[in-house]
Design a protein around this ligand. Sequence first.
Ligand SMILES: Nc1ncnc2c1ncn2[C@@H]1O[C@H](COP(=O)(O)OP(=O)(O)OP(=O)(O)O)[C@@H](O)[C@H]1O
Ligand SMILES: [Mg+2]
Length: 202
Amino acid sequence: MVAAGAAAHSDHGREVAKTLLLAAESPDSGYTIKDINKLKKVAIFPGSFDPITNGHIDIIERCNHLFDEIIIAIAFNPEKKGLFTLEERLEMIRNIYGNHKNIIIDSFEGLLVDYARKMGAKIIIRGLRAISDFEYEFQMALMNRRLDDKIETIFMMPHEKYSYVSSRLIKEVFQFGGSIQGLVSPIVEKKLREKFGNKINK
Ligand SMILES: Nc1ncnc2c1ncn2[C@@H]1O[C@H](COP(=O)(O)OP(=O)(O)OP(=O)(O)O)[C@@H](O)[C@H]1O
Ligand SMILES: [Mg+2]
């Protein structure tokens, strides 16, 4: 039986691959994260996440079905001051995804392709909200390809209900007392309240 045989064979293949991966992941295996990631489909989702919104989360959830591992990577630029510190941004994301084994939460400085190479990742995920995102994203993707043509950028579309959500807009609306309920996680709303003071958005 060709089909069943083929299925059994590929199941066996998957089991062997899983065993090898587990062996490589053991702390004394001598393999680095880069070696291990080369065996998996690892994608990096870079951004400023200042703060993480439900738009970001929507993209992460969609990617969760597609890749073995997702690295949420905060691009850190010491010269660009955001609302939240790097540590605060990491903490909010850890709060949401801290116990997902296949989601890594990290930050990086410098070129994204250098970071991707260091992590053994070959895929960059970006979200596309509307035409307004397209030009900038297109430029970045082509520049990154020029820097390393073995790393591909993949674009994901969010659910329509998040297609207008950005970190900047969330901060703007919240600080003037508008409701952002349903657009960010409760933990993010709490942190925003702490940042802007308890007076607003009670
Ligand atoms: N609502 C959303 N839907 C789809 N993609 C999104 C959404 N929000 C952010 N992204 C994508 O997530 C990635 C990281 O974006 P980033 O952290 O800069 O968020 P941002 O909302 O664009 O922030 P800012 O308003 O500060 O520019 C980008 O590819 C961006 O297009
Ligand atoms: Mg943006």
